[in-house]
Design a binder for this molecule. Sequence first.
Ligand code: SF4
Length: 390
Amino acid sequence: MANPEILSDGVWAALERSMTSRTTSRNVSRRKFLRFCSAMTAALALPLSYTTQVVEALEQTRRPALVWLEFQDCAGNSEAALRASHPGFAEIVLDLLSWNYHETVMAPSGKAAEKSLADTLKDEKGKYIAIVEGSIPMANNGIYCTIGGRTALDLAKEVCSNAYATIAIGTCATFGGLPAAEGGITGAVGVGDAIPGLRLLNLSGCPANGANLAATIVHWLTFKELPATDSLKRPLFAHGDRIHDLCPRRPHYDAGQFVRAWGDEGHRLGWCLYQMGCKGPNANYNCPQVQFNDATGWPIGVGHGCVGCASPKFWDTMTPFYRALPSVPGFGAESTADAFGTGAVAVVAGLTAAHAVGSIIRNQGAKSNGQPKAKKTIEPNQTPARPTEE
Ligand code: SF4
């Protein structure tokens, strides 16, 4: 995400001038609201000129209703969304919507909570957004997850079928996640598999980034439709690019400079984590741009490889997490997210070794041209060390 802090005062002044005839009813300052709108525009990969349109749409929204269901999960997506203080999810997005039902954080309980849900389904039919967190168990008639005596499947069918649209948030809700991993006994599936035919957006990730949820809601409020998606129903603004292509460590990959052991010189220097099992070459996500924790960090940024958490079945297909990609059965460094997401994996494992050869050749060429030589290179076809495999 482009940092709104970098916008010049002139841009802010122009935005503020364009809004002088209106006042915000939000409990946030005008400047903070504008920064939020600018950050959302950037997250959606829209030109900055769209910021005014976003501002106007959010100013005029009539607080549409939202119902949040939580099934087989760890509540990590609720945590991620509510703690996404940058760009002010809790302050602004919570104020834009009427959160009528959220099993984990809502104040009412028992029959009062059930009444809130029933009232929303009746009064806001076809207009509210349903968000589903967690997988849905299908085995044994869904008895592994019940709420108020109803199975998760029964609840989701009623709530999602009557919504304007459903957002499945987190890898459990999108693709089954950990409960669907090998050895699971609940028959866990994502929302799309449990209830085919829904108007559905998959906000995958473990957890999904709260900034992407905010951007999705802002897109809906601004353009009255959900964002464009890939073949896995994931929004393109968040999953359109490979992490490997956005990664700040990519120059080290290209130069053949790899971390070979946790804490070694390359690790301290911020070199590429490919040899330590990074799955960034097979993962499409905007983590490098939006980041986490007030946009201060993300896994690769703090020295840990990507585990491909937004991909279907990543607990089974991206493991062992600390083994380099060519050693992970069925994956090649250059196959696309869509390809492995649909099971049609293009196995091109040799490409990475070839790439490493190319790096070596380039480095040798650089040396002969009098340019600095890369400090270290990976040996082609070398079996990666597994120093910290769990
Ligand atoms: Fe970044 Fe991982 Fe690609 Fe290295 S392998 S450049 S750490 S995404």
